[in-house]
Design a protein around this ligand. Sequence first.
Ligand SMILES: [Zn+2]
Ligand SMILES: [Zn+2]
Length: 305
Amino acid sequence: MDLKLIDEAVAAYKKDASESDAARLEFFRKLYEIQQNRADAIAAADGYEPLPERDGDQDYIDAVPLLSQRSCPIDPTEFAQTCSDIAQHMADNAGLEDDVSKALRTLDWSDFCNKADLEKAGSMPPLFVEDCLRSFDDFGVDAAVPANIFMMVVSFAIRAHIQDVAAKAYAAVSDDAKTGNHARPLVCPVCGAPASLSVVESGVGIDGRARTQYCGTCGTVWPFDRLRCGVCGTQNPSHLHYFHIEGDSAHRLLNCEECGQYERVVFEEDLDKPLVNEVEDVVMARLDRVALDPRFRKETAADEK
Ligand SMILES: [Zn+2]
Ligand SMILES: [Zn+2]
């Protein structure tokens, strides 16, 4: 993560943000700083050799997440430290109930980190989080901390531990596999998580505007098709529609009639702020509320097919 760019984008958004949006931006700015500091301290990518006996290009083309073939090592003691740093920040700044904050401050993460399958956290992070939520009671966590808050801390911590290895694994795949005449991966080609957001870049690509997917779980950015549903993969243009809130064409929802899902898409050429995926991920959250609005398909949004 580029903390300097993140600072610039956050400062630009804070200028005309409501008090609560500004607090949210500030919360994530600090979280990214903690994640980056921990990633630097761990230096997990040192000594990691991606896919020694496998053809990374073939895995990429076959949509086999790269980390699933060679896990990113996660040390339980280091992971507990990262969770503790993030929990401290959440307790102080996430606006949680007092009893939850108090429990987060004193929580001992080493027990969870020793019991949990961290090999899975470093190879298939979305499945790891699902598994932990399913068997949450087995971890004997202080009842004052709800499972979703606890796992939010863990998810944020995973990014710090895998992002450098993810970058290394992704860099080991050839450009031909990434941009050649093959189907683009629907989920993150490195960790298997669904894309957090999508960016239509200005002025590059064959048709002038290339599109990329961003994975908030590991930080990977990968090339994607200009008009295609990032959830089900359909390329039927009559089933794909863009919507945006009036006055903000930089942040759009791509709604898919085939699977009924939507994606958050940033249009770079309409954006008057520095484009930083980590910050856009925070800013786009307000569009999720629009997507849940039953009027979404009718009155609140302008169709931009
Ligand atoms: Zn990923
Ligand atoms: Zn779809």
